[in-house]
Design a protein around this ligand. Structure first.
Ligand code: ZN
Ligand code: ZN
Length: 331
């Protein structure tokens, strides 16, 4: 057997890299074998989702001096802060899949038509799963906006092979990257994994981001489990409280399969508290059916979790495509 080679990244082993693959320190295994996959698909039943739901598209302002996050859908958010326009994990495609004819289909159209986007300065790309790294969208962004793509280690190689001339900067957890106009992005840890081809499991890194600008600070969790919660406390200690935190609330069922890699709404609220975020918005729900829960269950469980902790609902709404969210005033 030839020794496996990482096609994306080479570097010395360290606390979250074993020389071939990245891993989550002090976190339960995220790898799932065929047995677990079959057990999930054969024994559990996915709730039926509608084929499509209505959307009210919006046309964003050209620039925002303060801080506003407008939901496109799933993990795609337009963050406008301090005069910068930044997109997270941009996906405009109809499917979150390597195939045009199969795979999870979009049921909630993008909250912003691609043609209505303001000039995009930067893209924060958290990892290489197909519901986050959509090459068709990234190609179109490159040809029409030429944004700087900030991404964790290894994903730069994937992009450079797919998009000629792409502007990309890759970094490790805790690296800080300047994106112009006084804006700075810190690549922060997430508890997740990666794979694009099936033979490249955990060979490119995954992450969340903190975007610090003159207009405020926004946190984007990427995909993450909760685990022991240490990484969220550490983000708070090392960088500070975010004014707005984008936290995933969907794709969590069944828990025995998903909990190491995706938070449920209750854990999402715990992350808000760990970060001491002034306000959060729930993302990664209602657009692509990846898992078994009902489509409208994440917002319901989010309300339950907030009520149990005595947190006002407006401090953590479930984000809806086409709506813009700003930090809560007076907090
Ligand atoms: Zn993922
Ligand atoms: Zn995802």
């Amino acid at each position: 057997m030839p020794r496996s080679v990482n096609p994306y990244y080479s570097g010395l082993p360290r606390d979250h890299f074993d020389g071939l693959r990245f891993f989550n320190p002090d976190h339960p295994e995220t790898d799932r074998g065929l047995r677990d996959l079959l057990r999930w698909k054969l024994k559990e039943r996915a709730a039926p989702w509608p084929r499509s739901v209505p959307v009210r598209q919006t046309v964003p302002d050209a620039r925002v001096a303060g801080l506003r996050a407008t939901i496109v859908g799933h993990a795609s958010v337009l963050i406008q802060a301090g005069g910068l326009n930044v997109l997270t994990d941009p996906v405009w495609s109809k499917r979150a899949s390597p195939l045009a004819f199969a795979g999870p289909q979009r049921v909630w159209a993008p909250g912003i038509a691609f043609e209505s986007l303001p000039q995009i300065d930067a893209v924060l790309l958290s990892h290489n799963h197909y519901d986050h790294m959509d090459m068709a969208t990234l190609r179109r962004l490159h040809s029409e906006h030429r944004p700087l793509v900030v991404t964790p280690l290894g994903n730069d190689a994937i992009l450079q092979r797919a998009i000629q001339g792409v502007r990309v900067l890759a970094g490790d957890w805790w690296d800080r990257i300047e994106i112009g106009k006084g804006g700075e992005v810190t690549i922060v840890p997430a508890y997740h994994w990666s794979s694009r081809t099936g033979r490249d499991r955990r060979m490119a890194l995954w992450c969340g981001f903190m975007l610090s600008t003159a207009g405020g600070r926004a946190y984007f969790a990427g995909d993450t489990g909760y685990g022991n919660g240490l990484i969220f406390h550490e983000v708070r200690q090392r960088i500070g409280r975010p004014d707005l935190a984008l936290i995933p609330i969907g794709a969590y069922a069944p828990r025995w399969f998903m909990s190491a890699q995706h938070t449920d709404p209750n854990e999402a609220v715990q992350i808000l508290e760990d970060l001491e975020a002034a306000r959060a918005v729930g993302i990664h729900w209602g657009v692509f059916q990846l898992t078994d829960e009902r489509r409208d269950e994440p917002p319901e469980l989010l309300l339950d979790a907030l009520a149990r902790r005595g947190i006002a609902e407006y401090l953590f709404p479930a984000g809806e495509p086409g709506l813009g969210y700003e930090p809560a005033r007076g907090l």
